[in-house]
Design a protein around this ligand. Structure first.
Ligand code: ATP
Length: 360
C-alpha cells in the first residue's frame, strides 16, 4: 500500500483547528484530524454533525471560518479547488446525462488547459483502464440512463480517479442504493483502495460501512471530533459517552456511581477495576455483553442483577430479549442463543460481562 502511495504521489491530509459557522450555526468547532498517505479514513456521525462540511472544506468547495488544511504538509487553505489535486464524488454529484460513460470519465482531463491536457489516445486508454478497474469493461459508449444505480456510482468513482488525484474525497457515495448493493460496493471500494492506494476521506452515517472498510474512523458529533481511531479502538475503547452510545447498538442506562459500584434502579452492580467518580453516570452495554445467569448458583452472584423479560424476538442466527431492570429505566437488549429457553414474562438474573460507564 505504501509503495502504491509513493508511486501515485498521493499525500497525507491534515485538518488543523477547523471551525465553520453558517450564520447562527456552528457546523464545525475546532476539528483537528489527519489521514496518512494511502490511508482510508471514514468520517462518521449522525445527520448534521458536520461531515459533509468538513469534506467540502478539504476539497476547497467551502472556506473554513478558522483553521488550516494541509495537503502533503503544505498549506492549501487558500488554494482554489481546481488546483488542490483532489478527486471527489458526491451522492448528489450525478453523472452528466447528455455525455457517454467515456466522456463522463474523461471530463476532468478534457477541461484541462491545452498544455496540461493528455492526447485523445491517452485519454481513451485511461478510460479503458479505469473501466476495467471499476469492473465495468466495454461500456464506454453507454449513457448514464442505461446503467443501474450501482453502475453509475462506479462510473462516478472512475471519473473521480481519472485525474490522478492526490486525495480522494467521497461523500456518502453509496447513500442512495439499496442495502445489498451497498454492501457489495463497500467491499469493492476497499478492494479498489488497496489496489490504487489513494489517501481517501469517506463520509458515511453508516457505522457498519465505516467499521468495515476504513483504516481509521473519525467520529463527529455536533461539529466536534469525538474520537479518531482504528475500527477496533473505536469499538472496544470508546473515548466518550457519545461514541459508546453511538457505536454497536449499546443500551444506555442512567446510573449512580458510588463506592466502586453503580446503582441501577434498586440494585447495585459492583465494578471491578476501573473506578468512576461518585455521582450520576451513564452505563452502556451491548446485547452480546449480557448473559443469562444460572438460576441456582447465579442467583446470588454479585455480578448479576434481576431482570424482567418484556419480549423475545428472533434476530438472524440468534434471538434478542428485551429486558427491564426497573420500571423507570429504558429497555435493554440481550442476545440469547436459540437453544436457551426463555420467554416473555420470565424473571431472570443477568450477568454483565462488559460495560462502559461515563460520568455524567
Ligand atoms: P448529513 O449526514 O445529514 O449530510 P452532515 O454531518 O454531513 O449531515 P453537514 O451537512 O456538514 O452535516 O451540516 C452541518 C451543519 O451545518 C448542519 O447544522 C447544517 O444544517 C449546517 N449547514 C451545512 N451547510 C450549510 C449551508 N450551506 N448553509 C447553512 N447551514 C449549513
Amino acid at each position: 500500500e505504501r509503495g502504491n502511495a509513493d508511486r501515485l504521489g498521493t499525500v497525507d491530509v491534515r485538518a488543523e483547528g477547523i471551525s465553520k459557522r453558517f450564520a447562527d450555526t456552528a457546523a464545525l468547532a475546532d476539528v483537528t484530524l489527519n489521514a496518512r498517505a494511502g490511508e482510508l479514513v471514514a468520517l462518521l456521525g449522525p445527520s448534521g454533525s458536520g461531515k459533509t462540511t468538513l469534506l467540502r472544506i478539504v476539497a476547497g468547495l467551502e472556506q473554513a471560518s478558522a483553521g488550516r488544511i494541509l495537503l502533503g504538509g503544505e498549506d492549501a487553505t487558500q488554494v482554489p479547488v481546481q488546483d488542490r489535486g483532489v478527486g471527489f464524488m458526491f451522492q448528489s454529484y450525478a453523472l452528466f446525462r447528455h455525455l457517454t460513460v467515456a466522456d463522463n470519465i474523461a471530463y476532468g482531463l478534457k477541461v484541462r488547459p491545452r498544455a496540461a491536457r493528455p492526447s485523445a489516445a491517452i485519454i481513451r486508454a485511461r478510460v479503458t483502464e479505469l473501466l476495467e478497474l471499476v469492473q465495468l469493461p466495454g461500456i464506454e459508449k453507454r449513457y448514464p440512463s442505461q446503467l443501474s444505480g450501482g453502475q453509475r456510482q462506479r462510473v462516478a468513482l472512475a471519473r473521480a480517479l481519472a485525474v490522478d488525484p492526490k486525495v480522494l474525497l467521497l461523500d456518502e457515495p453509496f447513500g442512495a442504493l439499496d442495502a445489498k448493493v451497498r454492501r457489495d460496493l463497500r467491499r469493492w471500494l476497499r478492494d479498489i483502495h488497496e489496489r490504487t492506494g489513494h489517501t481517501t476521506l469517506f463520509v458515511t452515517h453508516d457505522q457498519d460501512e465505516a467499521l468495515e472498510i476504513a483504516d481509521r474512523v473519525a467520529i463527529l458529533n455536533q461539529g466536534r471530533l469525538e474520537q479518531i481511531g482504528t475500527p477496533d479502538e473505536i469499538y472496544e475503547h470508546p473515548a466518550t459517552a457519545f461514541v459508546a452510545g453511538f457505536i454497536g447498538e449499546s443500551a444506555r442506562l442512567p446510573v449512580e456511581a458510588a463506592g466502586g459500584g453503580v446503582r441501577i434502579g434498586a440494585h447495585t452492580l459492583p465494578m471491578n477495576g476501573r473506578r468512576v467518580p461518585d455521582g450520576p453516570a451513564a452505563l452502556f452495554v451491548r446485547p452480546r455483553d449480557l448473559v443469562m445467569a444460572r438460576s441456582d448458583g447465579g442467583a446470588t452472584a454479585p455480578q448479576t442483577l434481576p431482570a424482567h423479560v418484556a419480549a423475545v424476538r428472533r434476530a438472524g442466527a440468534t434471538r434478542r430479549a428485551e429486558l427491564r431492570f426497573g420500571d423507570s429505566l429504558p429497555p435493554v437488549e440481550m442476545e440469547v442463543p436459540v437453544e436457551v429457553v426463555l420467554a416473555k414474562g420470565d424473571n431472570i438474573r443477568v450477568a454483565f460481562t462488559h460495560v462502559r460507564v461515563f460520568s455524567a
